[in-house]
Design a protein around this ligand. Structure first.
Ligand SMILES: N[C@@H](CCC(=O)N[C@@H](CS)C(=O)NCC(=O)O)C(=O)O
Length: 225
C-alpha cells in the first residue's frame, strides 16, 4: 500500500480546469494514479513559493518520480513519455509537439472564459478559429494518417490536446458545433469512447466548467482583483 502511494503522482492546482485539466487527462490516459491538492487560499500558495518548489511562482505543480515539476508543457511531455504517448522516434515526437502546440493555441480561447471573456465571446472566437484553422488542419492530418490518430497509430499527447478543446467546443458551443466537419466529429466520438477517457470524463477527476466561484478562488490565491 505504502509503496503504491509513494509511486502516485500528486497535482497541485486550483479546483478547476485551467492549465491543470490537460495534466489530469494525460495522467488518466497514461494510467498513472494521482491525488490532488486544490489551492483555494493565498497562504498555501505562498508556502509553496517559500519552500522553493515553484521556481516561477506559478502552478500547476506535479510531484512525480521524486521530482517537483512545473510548466505545463514539461509536465505533459514527461507524462506522455511515461505513457508511450510521445511517438516512436524523434520525427514522430516533433510532429506530436507540432500538433500539441496547435491544440494549445486553440485551447487558449477557452482558458480565460469568465476571467476575461463571456461564454458568448468565447464560442464566437472559437468557432472562427475552428473553421479557419483547426478543423481543416485536423481533417487534412487525419486523412493523411488514416489511423484515426494525429501521429502514428495510437493515442498521443497531440490527440489528448485536441480532445481537450473539442470537448469544450461541444460543451460550450452545443452538440452541433462539429456538425459541418464529419471527420472531426468522428475523431472526437472515437476519442471520448476510449475506455480510460470515458472513465475520466464521467469520474470525479474531471473538473467543472469555469464559474464565478472558481474565478474568485483563483483571484484570491493569486492576489488579483
Ligand atoms: N507557462 C506556465 C504558466 C503557468 C501559469 O501562468 N500559471 C498561473 C495559474 S494558471 C499562475 O500560477 N500564475 C501566477 C503568476 O504568474 O504569478 C505553464 O504553462 O505552466
Amino acid at each position: 500500500m505504502a509503496k503504491h502511494l509513494a509511486r502516485m503522482a500528486h497535482l497541485t492546482y486550483f479546483n478547476g480546469r485551467g492549465r491543470g485539466e490537460i495534466i489530469r487527462m494525460m495522467l488518466s490516459a497514461a494510467k498513472i494514479p494521482f491525488t490532488e491538492t486544490f489551492l483555494t487560499e493565498r497562504k498555501p500558495f505562498e508556502k509553496l513559493i517559500e519552500d522553493g518548489v515553484l521556481p516561477f511562482k506559478q502552478v500547476p505543480l506535479l510531484r512525480i518520480d521524486d521530482m517537483e515539476l512545473v510548466q505545463t508543457g514539461a509536465i505533459v511531455r514527461y507524462v506522455a513519455k511515461k505513457g508511450g504517448m510521445y511517438g516512436a522516434d524523434d520525427k514522430e515526437s516533433a510532429l506530436i509537439d507540432m500538433y500539441y502546440e496547435g491544440s494549445r493555441d486553440f485551447y487558449f480561447h477557452f482558458l480565460t472564459v469568465i476571467f476575461m471573456k463571456t461564454e458568448e465571446q468565447v464560442i464566437k472566437d472559437a468557432r472562427t478559429a475552428a473553421d479557419d484553422k483547426y478543423f481543416p488542419a485536423l481533417e487534412k492530418r487525419l486523412k493523411e494518417t488514416g489511423t484515426g490518430y494525429l501521429v502514428g497509430s495510437s493515442l498521443t499527447m497531440a490527440d489528448v490536446g485536441f480532445l481537450e478543446v473539442l470537448l469544450l467546443c461541444v460543451e460550450y458551443g452545443g452538440d452541433d458545433f462539429l456538425d459541418g466537419h464529419p471527420e472531426v466529429k468522428q475523431y472526437y466520438q472515437r476519442l471520448v469512447a476510449l475506455p480510460y477517457i470515458a472513465e475520466f470524463l464521467k469520474g470525479p477527476l474531471r473538473k467543472r466548467k469555469n464559474d464565478e466561484q472558481y474565478v474568485t478562488e483563483v483571484k484570491r490565491v493569486l492576489n488579483r482583483q
